[in-house]
Write a protein that binds this ligand. Structure first.
Ligand code: 5RP
Length: 261
């Protein structure tokens, strides 16, 4: 792997544990002012010290994150549709590689929508982005299945999506946890992180999902709502870190949550 890509990835995936806790705060790019992310700066600021990377758009980065932070940025560079529009999967590339470099991004992220009307378009977006990013040593994170596509949260669909992303050259892939997740991992030759998905009923549920995904081969999480929609977001990200980096059980990590809330 190219030195630049490897170096940038090692800012995100911590070399001592080979794992990562990415904080996803990019939801507004198609959801608008998502619950608890209405004031992005207020939500993000207390969580930054506990995030191994921040996943967000250039707009929220510029307006809501201080430039003197040294947290690596995974810049979302796809978009172009909204949750109330005709078709969520009709995405294009919204941000140039030059802009990503100007913002000192450690990686760029783009969604692919397998099995939808815009499958071809979004896969070509990915291929094009990888071709543009590679000469600059910039890793590409492919994000599989969002929004209505979450109905398809099954192993065969996610394995198909992740494998295609890897075949096209993604450096790492973000997907959802599912039953038989180990089969998604086994058939994807690049590292996988899981999204948290919609807020689960309890903090313990989210910690169990993270632990299960890690045990089955994920290298970390790129979690949003299950952290910042918790009534105690800092306590929750600390608990997630305990599962990811210290390999604590979900029950032990829940104690970390309780102590910090
Ligand atoms: C949307 C995304 C989000 O970042 C992703 O869904 C992660 O956040 P959450 O844990 O809230 O699901 O990529 O396309």
């Amino acid at each position: 792997m190219d030195w630049g890509i490897q170096n940038r990835l090692s800012r995100i995936i911590k070399p001592d544990t080979k794992r990562t806790v990415m904080l996803a705060v990019d939801h507004g790019y198609f959801l608008g002012p998502t619950h608890k992310l209405e004031n992005a700066r207020a939500t993000i600021k207390p969580l930054v010290p506990y995030a191994d990377a921040l996943m967000l758009t250039r707009g929220i980065l510029r307006t809501s994150v201080d430039p003197d932070t040294d947290v690596p940025v995974v810049l979302r560079v796809s978009g172009g549709s909204s949750i109330i529009g005709k078709n969520l999967s009709n995405e294009g590339i919204t941000t140039s590689i030059e802009e990503a470099i100007r913002l000192n991004a450690a990686a760029v992220a783009l969604s692919i929508f397998i099995g939808t009307e815009y499958e071809h378009q979004t896969l070509m977006n990915l291929a094009h982005l990888i071709d543009r990013a590679k000469p600059f040593g910039l890793p590409v994170l492919a994000v599989t299945a969002v929004g209505k596509e979450l109905g398809k949260r099954d192993m065969r669909f996610l394995a198909l999506s992740c494998r295609i992303a890897a075949e096209l050259g993604a450096s790492f892939v973000k997907t959802y946890y599912c039953d038989e997740f180990e089969k998604v991992v086994e058939s994807c030759p690049v590292p996988l992180v899981i999204a948290g998905g919609p807020k689960l009923e309890t903090e313990l549920d989210a910690l169990i999902m993270a632990r299960d995904a890690l045990e089955k081969g994920a290298i970390g999480v790129d979690m949003g709502r299950n952290i910042w929609q918790s009534p105690h977001p800092v306590a929750m990200i600390k608990a997630v870190r305990a599962v990811v980096h210290q390999k604590m059980s979900p029950e032990e990590a829940l104690e970390v949550f309780k102590k910090n809330k």
